[in-house]
Design a protein around this ligand. Structure first.
Ligand SMILES: [Zn+2]
Length: 452
């Protein structure tokens, strides 16, 4: 081979490498360029870690945020406080994962023309109502906690408020670390569930113990399991399955958990999503926990009444409530209805269904039992206009502190709403949380009536 043909091959090899490189770039450009443009360090798109381009509206068309020229929030302080965990703040202490997720649409990025403001401002329409969120934040009255409500037929989240909150136009100069001000509790916190977890144990019992609904139980106020005592606040006496749930009898549910067994309780906990993290609209929710590895019978009994090392995330439990209300499977919840750029819809939410979290027959039975809870214990006066089904929880979190929880749904095809209320250091679940749930559900009903 002479020198000329060697050079020819060498040149051809170089040209081949160059062509391969260009081809690889083009492929990556079309796959990833919108991410490159909207990466979180891009000064054209972000300031202090939060998105800088686009307008965000609530479900009623109320403008919540214009991110151009330094972030203009809603005019009203209570609206700003009720929505800051969704939108993020100027300093980037509260990140908005939703805005980041839809950044390329909001920025008006185009693969051919690039990032270009003349291509129009992005618009994001959320499913939440700022008015309902403000009412929920007010109902929480400065207590630490969260309120979530969603439509289990469509998946629209109407309310996902986190407290304490702050006014992004007037942020606090110093922040108490223990307050968790920057944490979006609905999606990024997990709690000891307490007695709302008896719903999960009841479901597991209905799936394994054929005569559970006709059993008779006796509560003497305490029971010894594996050498340690499990107690009730008082002796509940003779109870059937429905009354044991309504009275939230620890002794009865401890023995039900033992009979159901660790494997079945773990299987049901996984099926309903307790151990999962959910991803939607750029949010990654915090996974809960149901871990009985190495647990003795006493630990199993406590786990079955929502104590031990159990943890649930408010969003995932609200989703489970939707599935119970809807006969076993419900719409997957979401926060973004649509994203628009330059007048054209770039993204529109579609209703997707969960798998079967509970079988239809057990769901119907739980609906009846949770309705009985409201009629017999919590009081229908908290929910005058609609048929609410619910379960309360008062979780012991150590140091004499309680987390109050209240979860359930409206059984009404006109108002298919599932909800959860959590109040940290909140005392008893029903007395603290039921009035909050009543106030927020009424606000949702008024909103839905107004939209018809
Ligand atoms: Zn009892």
């Amino acid at each position: 081979m002479n020198d000329i043909s060697k050079r020819t091959y060498f040149a051809l090899a170089l040209a081949g490498i160059l062509l391969f490189g260009i081809a690889a770039f083009v492929v990556r450009f079309f796959l990833y360029s919108d991410r490159w443009v909207t990466f979180s360090g891009s000064p054209h798109v972000y300031s202090s870690g939060n998105l800088n381009t686009g307008v965000v509206y609530d479900r009623s068309g109320l403008q919540l945020l214009d991110t151009e020229d330094g972030r203009t929030y809603a005019a009203d302080s209570s609206t700003r406080r009720a929505t800051v965990h969704l939108l993020g703040d100027r300093e980037g202490n509260i990140p908005s994962q939703i805005l980041s997720h839809y950044a390329s649409t909001l920025v008006g990025y185009d693969k051919l023309s690039g990032t270009n403001h003349s291509s129009g401002t992005g618009e994001l329409r959320l499913t939440v109502s700022a008015q309902v969120q403000a009412i929920a934040l007010q109902a929480l009255n400065g207590q630490k906690g969260t309120v979530g409500v969603y439509n289990y037929k469509t998946g629209e989240i109407l309310c996902a408020v986190s407290s304490p909150s702050m006014d992004p136009d007037n942020p606090p100069q110093t922040v108490d670390d223990a307050s968790g001000l920057y944490v979006y509790r609905m999606f990024h916190a997990s709690y000891t569930p307490g007695s709302i977890y008896k719903l999960v144990t009841a479901q597991a019992a209905m799936e394994t113990i054929s005569d559970i609904e006709t059993r008779a139980f006796t509560c003497t106020g305490s029971t010894v399991i594996n050498g340690e005592t499990i107690t009730c606040p008082k002796a509940h006496g003779q109870l059937d399955f429905k009354q044991a749930l309504a009275s939230s009898c620890n002794c009865t549910f401890a023995h039900i958990a033992l009979e159901v067994g660790a494997r079945k309780l773990s299987e049901v906990s996984e099926r309903i999503g307790v151990t999962d993290s959910f991803e939607f609209d750029g949010l990654y929710t915090k996974a809960g926990q149901f871990d009985l590895s190495g647990a003795d019978d006493n630990a199993l009994a406590w786990a079955g009444v929502g104590q031990y090392t159990d943890l649930v995330n408010p969003f995932q439990f609200m989703r489970y409530m939707g599935a119970v209300a809807n006969g076993g499977s419900a719409a997957e919840p979401y926060l973004v209805a649509q994203a628009v750029n330059n007048g054209s819809v770039k993204y529109r939410a579609h209703t997707a269904m969960t798998g079967e979290l509970i079988d239809e027959r057990s769901a119907a039975k739980l609906q009846q039992m949770m309705r009985y809870n409201v009629e017999a214990i919590y009081g229908t006066w908290n929910f005058p206009d609609v048929q609410v089904c619910a379960k309360s929880g008062t979780a012991e979190t150590g140091g004499g502190s309680n987390t109050a929880t209240f979860a359930g749904f409206v059984l009404d095809s006109s108002y298919p709403l599932a909800f959860i209320v959590v109040v940290e250091e909140g005392g008893a679940g029903s007395s603290t949380c039921a009035p909050i749930a009543g106030t927020v559900l009424q606000a949702c009903i008024n909103l839905m009536d107004g939209e018809r």
